[in-house]
Design a protein around this ligand. Sequence first.
Ligand code: NAD
Length: 244
Amino acid sequence: MKKIAFITGATRGIGKQIAITLAEAGYDIAINYRKENEELKNTKQEIEQTGAKCLSLQGDVSNYDDCERIAKQIIEEYEKIDVLVNNAGIIKDTLLMRMKKEDFEDVINVNLVGTFNMTKNVIPYMMKNRRGRIINISSVVGVSGNAGQANYAASKAGIIGFTKSLAKEVGSRNILVNSIAPGFIETAMTDVLKEEIKEEIAKTIPLKRMGKAQDVANVVKFLASEESSYITGQVIHVDGGMLM
Ligand code: NAD
């Protein structure tokens, strides 16, 4: 029986690459998206071209009821969920002096509460199977902090605390929970930065370049696989040595 991987916010960027990489590794896939668009169609097509099945589920991860419905829909179709990747995330960067209450709440609600919402609704099925892998996408700024990202850094630090606590709770059920902290990865999220700023950032990274979505997807593939079966509660940095 094929293994099932479910990735949130997977129509583009890192989530898309994770979905394609796991499809190539032999999983059947479920992806979550917020809005139906060309990106979704292309991603679904690329996943199916690998020979994998791809179930696509509309929903906002910050909405608990959406997450409950999505988890049920995946079980109806595939009967189990082996791997959950909490990838959906947003930024609303600005200095705290200018940050509106909504800027803080929105980022926490999608990144951190969204991770809780989806995990809470998926984990009962993993418990039943006595097997599961949960991989939460955090960020290096959740560890280091970053000016202009108090909301985002708080959400990503929260994900790390959530990951470690849950790893302790469910280890005895053979459910492994880890987090990945990417550094600067080339996606739409970092495309908003000016070229000069990207070059300045690259100079501060020991590997002297930004990372690719594939660099993150490779680590997800490892954490989902049998090769990582003695690793839980960890934060794996995929950042070219940016933070050490
Ligand atoms: P992206 O903006 O390209 O992708 C984010 C995805 O999340 C999009 O598909 C978006 O539609 C989806 N999404 C946003 N809000 C959602 C919601 N409420 N419900 C469901 N889906 C939602 O960004 P990315 O760079 O691919 O980021 C993916 C993850 O990696 C995010 O959690 C981000 O914080 C993290 N990350 C990215 C970088 C980077 O440099 N790009 C660095 C560290 C961490």
